[in-house]
Design a binder for this molecule. Structure first.
Ligand code: SF4
Length: 215
């Protein structure tokens, strides 16, 4: 609804809002849209958003498989995650088994039915990719670069605990080749990489605070 100032002119104070505030609102709206998209897909399969996140996380080989590890991964408490896991176990979508190397640890995995469902849930996220695909290559690269920079900021401030972005990886050499079209370096692949190859969930990621051999 438009408002007028005391002289009857349009009140354009909204134009004075700091850019950071508008970006923050924009990011919040985007995250809400992404979350809604996943939750709608989950509800169609009689799952909660959290149960769907757990199924999707288990689909990724390089993600944690223990309750505690997955809870860290999703920034949730272990009891909350255990509740979600209990429902999925009852539905026959996941199974649990003791870890071969350490019997105190229980690991979760998808059953065949759970895997099929996880793939279906994953397809629902394709809508987001369709929207992103309408951007030019240059815009996509720029967006990816901004996303990893923002994610690093969230990590540094403790707003999220785990993210497998290049900027938080021991193998990453930022701007090692300035001026080149592949300015960065991936020590795991042993090659320079450009902005378009920056990773957001890299299977070979080693966090900065973890010894490279302790994976
Ligand atoms: S291992 Fe993955 S996350 Fe680490 S620098 Fe290489 S591409 Fe990036």
């Amino acid at each position: 609804m438009s408002t007028l100032d005391s002289h009857g002119r349009p009140n354009a104070d909204y134009l004075k809002a700091p850019i950071e505030e508008r970006i923050g609102v924009g990011l919040h709206q985007l995250s809400r849209a992404v979350l809604l998209q996943s939750e709608r897909a989950a509800y169609r399969h009689r799952l909660s958003g959290l149960q769907s996140q757990l199924v999707l996380s288990l689909l990724k080989q390089h993600h944690a498989k223990s309750i505690g590890g997955i809870a860290d991964e999703l920034d949730l408490s272990a009891p909350t995650l255990s509740d979600a896991a209990r429902v999925l176990l009852k539905k026959g979508l996941i199974r649990k088994a003791r870890d071969d190397r350490d019997g105190r640890i229980v690991k979760l995995s998808l059953t065949r039915r759970g895997r099929t469902l996880a793939h279906t849930l994953q397809e629902a996220q394709a809508e987001i990719q369709r929207i992103v695909s309408s951007l030019s290559n240059e815009e996509k690269e720029h967006l990816l670069s901004l996303l990893v920079t923002l994610t690093k900021g969230f990590l540094n401030r403790g707003l999220i605990s785990i993210s497998r972005i290049c900027q938080g990886c021991q193998f990453f050499g930022q701007d090692r080749y300035p001026g080149s079209d592949k300015p960065h370096y991936c020590g795991f692949a042993g090659m320079p990489i450009g902005e378009s190859k920056l990773q957001t969930d890299c299977p070979e990621h080693v966090p900065l605070n973890l010894p490279a051999t302790d994976r």
